[in-house]
Design a protein around this ligand. Structure first.
Ligand code: SF4
Ligand code: SF4
Length: 96
């Protein structure tokens, strides 16, 4: 169970995480070096050498790693849609 909240909403209810486009990723691992939140996991012995292991560790609305990714392989959900969803959850919870 996660105790972490963002704007009063449990973090694990918020869909904000990087998605890796494996057709673009060259496994340079710059994103792993860059991010200190242990979102990614390197898997040396697997064919797919990088996965998003801890999506809820990703800082909501951060997109910093996508800016240092040379091949532009990282993408994120739409910020406005995510903000809207957070507002909806807050409303549901305050009514509930
Ligand atoms: S920085 Fe981009 S290309 Fe490099 S490992 Fe991360 S996702 Fe892949
Ligand atoms: S968006 Fe920010 S917190 Fe999330 S994985 Fe990238 S650098 Fe880390």
């Amino acid at each position: 169970m996660s105790e972490t909240t963002f704007m009063g909403v449990e973090r694990d209810k918020i869909d904000w995480k990087p998605a890796i486009d494996y057709t673009k990723c060259d496994y340079c691992m710059e994103c792993v070096k860059f991010c200190s939140h242990k979102v990614f996991e390197v898997r040396e012995t697997e064919d797919i050498k990088l996965i998003v292991r801890n999506p809820n560790n990703c800082v909501v609305f951060c997109r910093a790693c996508s800016k240092i990714c040379g091949p532009d392989a990282l993408s994120f959900p739409d910020k406005n849609a995510t903000s809207q969803r957070i507002r909806e959850i807050r409303k549901e919870e305050s009514n509930g």
